[in-house]
Design a binder for this molecule. Sequence first.
Ligand code: DGT
Ligand code: CA
Ligand code: CA
Length: 566
Amino acid sequence: MSTNTEVAQIFYAIADLLDLQGERFKPDAYRRAARSIESLGEDLRKVAQRGGLDQIPGVGEAIREKITEYLRDGKIHYYDRLRESFPSGVLELMRVPGIGPKTTGRFYLQLHIDSPAALAQAIDEGRLNGLAGFGPKKIDNLREALRAVAAAPPVARTPLLTAWRLARSVMRELSERTPVHDIAVAGSVRRCRETVGDLDILATSARPPETIAVFAGLRGVRKVVMQGDTRATVIHDPGIQVDLRVVEPASYGAALQYFTGSKDHNIHLRTLARDQGLKINEYGVFRGETRIAGATEEEVYASLGLQWMPPEIRENQGEIEAGLRKQVPVLIQLEQIRGELHRHVADAPDAEWMARLVTDARHRKLQYLGLVVPAGRDTESTTSLIHTVRRLWEAARPDALRLRIGGEVVLGVPVDRSSPESLFDYLVGVPAQDAAAPPKPPAGPPGRGLAFVGHLAFAPAGGEAPREGVMPWIDWCRANGVALEMTPAGAEDGLDGGAARWAHEAGVTLVLSAGAGDLSELELTAARARRAWVPPERVLNSRADGVGGAAPKGRKSKGAAPTARK
Ligand code: DGT
Ligand code: CA
Ligand code: CA
């Protein structure tokens, strides 16, 4: 949205709120000002710079001051206060189609109706009968409007992995097709919440309108909700709202900080700023009129006396206090992941599959790649499959990249003595298949060589793993020196952020995997692990030897390999 549109929209909203209060003349004054600002051919900032705000039709002293405040702070205090003076239910009622602010104001002031539900009840009880201007027909219409609003489906939230993939593809397209310099996804995606309401993408660009236009025209865009010179909102397949804001390089860090949130984290920061005589908003940190920080997040935090902190922990749960003490915890970074341990071997592995895998692994600078095949099948076919894999591996010239062969075993199913376990460098345990019940750990200890447990499905996509489902696994893994897996899919295929935190705090090691997608999605797994405050030393595949020391072949294990039996 252009600044002009933003200011006009706030003035329209102020007018509505004043209507709600029963004001008679002020609402029209704000609407008049909003209309002239909308039709102004010049950017408000420019007008203000040349001292021309007073010449805008409908802009008197009070309104001019509010425009100045918006240009300086990005918000209008008067508007915030007005909004806060009404219960949220009243604001909802005002937005019900066919009701509007004036009517809502009468209901609220005369009948103390403060929400759509309260209005429905008042209608049922006949309390509107006889109210001037409310005949039976009008009351019927109100009832119908309320029913329509109540029947509308709740706004669905999107599972993180889906939202993250979409954000990545939008950012890639914009980077490739338009002159963007910096681009990042902020909001709940950057914080790795399990579900996402909408995507908040920020960029700097040499030509903002071009970047916005390409964004609004991306394949998959169903509807353009709003398009200005530096901002646009679209609805993208499969029904996710995506916002793009193109900002000035000087405020990119401040915008990234602000729109990453969380809201509670930002509120706490604002208090901190105020205590130091500073002001923080999405444009920067200001002392008086002077911007003292804004280009990078690091300088924004530093200007408040804080250490930078990973976005995934910005939930106002102690991270700001840690930042003040310069004791932000050191959490796992993507670059510290040295190997992937859970890549399934293709059904019919061929040279092309292997070449891509090796290229991807090198691109990720991995030092080892664990290729996993089903164990517990007949020795001959397993041996032959592993032989094929090794042959393809050599042909792909993996250089310094090391191959590990993992075997996937079903936990709790006794393995035949003749099973080819000795073919494997390590084993991955998966729970016995039982779609109807939550996965449970086996009664006894695992066999030799079990490195970690994978494919735990605790909740559907976007869900959170329940503590009572996860704790038995944590206890079992701790007792047996076995690690637990995290993937980009959260509780649908491993531990989500909450569960991972219980696990590592209980002393259980984690394995971070790329899951079913391609290796580049390790980035999301690492971010999810940071949300769980996971330090690098808790991550099995951040170690140089990985599972090298965990071989069931009887090799000596080096260091604290998680498979060391107790
Ligand atoms: P979502 O989209 O519901 O999954 O969650 P978020 O966190 O992405 O929230 P969203 O998209 O409404 O806003 C993005 C960020 O912008 C939010 O995390 C913090 C910041 N923000 C939004 N509204 C406010 C506000 O009223 N006050 C403050 N301090 N920050 C806000
Ligand atoms: Ca959001
Ligand atoms: Ca948003």
